[in-house]
Ligand binder design. Sequence first.
Ligand code: DOR
Length: 448
Amino acid sequence: MASTLIVNARLVNEGREFDGDLRFVDGRIDQVGGGLSAREGETVVDAAGRRLLPGMIDDQVHFREPGMEYKADLASESAAAVAGGLTSFMDMPNTKPPTLDAAALEDKYRRAAGRARANYAFYMGTSNDNLDAIRAIDPRATPGLKVFMGASTGNMLVDDPVILDAVFREAPTPIITHCEDTPMIDAAFAEYQARYGEDIPVACHPDIRSREACIKSTRLALELARRHDSRLHVLHISTADELALFERGPLVRADGSRKRITAETCVHFTRFAREDYARLGNLIKCNPAIKDAHDREAIIQALADDVLDVLATDHAPHTLEEKAKPYAAAPSGLPLVQFALNAALELVHEGRLSTAQVVQKFAHAPAQLFDVADRGFLREGYAADLVLVDDTPYTVRREDVLSKCGWSPFEGTTFRSRIAATWVNGALAWDGTALVGAPMGQRLQFDR
Ligand code: DOR
């Protein structure tokens, strides 16, 4: 039996922070408590008062496999994820080919087996003509059904109102949406092109992919979900204006019921704003666009106020060569998994969130929302997916980036916390400076 005891930890779990110890045996948490003493032959780790958290579960990544392995793949990006304290990921369907049926979905699970360092799951995608495949999907085979209600990388736009209505009526899993109104964006783009020709400044991105386009599309998603009582999770909220559309309160209410409509934001919307385009240009071009400082502030507050339920990354790597193109040709998206938890913990250092709130949004909530079995909490019997956080400064350098694209929007940034260790299914995956051992990621199971 492989047994590890972590002593002298500051455990953060389910709204509480407390001093204690944690033992895991054969990949599962065995005991959470105080004053645990080492057994013979057991590995003992002295946390020396550092914070021990459940591993983060990222409900939105684009790891690019199959079809765009020159940007990223399941092995490279899951390595970056565990270095960042992210122990599970849910990957998007806008690959090549797109994930539009059960065969494409299972192909992804086969690719991840033995190569992913973090636990993995894959979303089913939606198109204007795959309703039969959606109806046939096994709800335990995928976290949910992704609907691009706005066109983005991969052009998987679903804009047929009859199909959208049917999808919201019939989806056998939670529906997760990218909400931006494409006709409004296309019209704005044409205006900016008429004004600037091929030299549209990237700082116009939040005006082209406008807040109005987000609001309109999010309203439509909510209307459809209310009409059909669907389980809807709206991804990457980027504006202050959309916040008023969502229910304020905990994901799991006092009476045990769960919100049916939930919302996510992403780390970059809490760290960047319009003024950063001058410094970072296309590197922070993403969809939806990073907007204004007041949006960033309102989004952070909405995490604290339980208006936004989930924090994720939307990790979307592109090469530097692609990002060096002019605005219109440069693809949208940024690599984030490796430094997402460090960035989220800055909100704690700034006094905006507690560590328990970061854990709630980035570990507990995605587990609950997607019915993930036995993960996302420090609970006896649960998988030993753990992250140890050290409060010593860490400056991001390009040479330390593990994502295949080889760059980070945080290069040169000094974070006040670093990831000292990550365990996946009880195996050390990251020791604070290097990857350790063979890939130990497992397929996520959904209790539904
Ligand atoms: O910025 C983005 N990049 N937003 C998306 O919706 C897709 C993603 C990608 O796949 O590149």
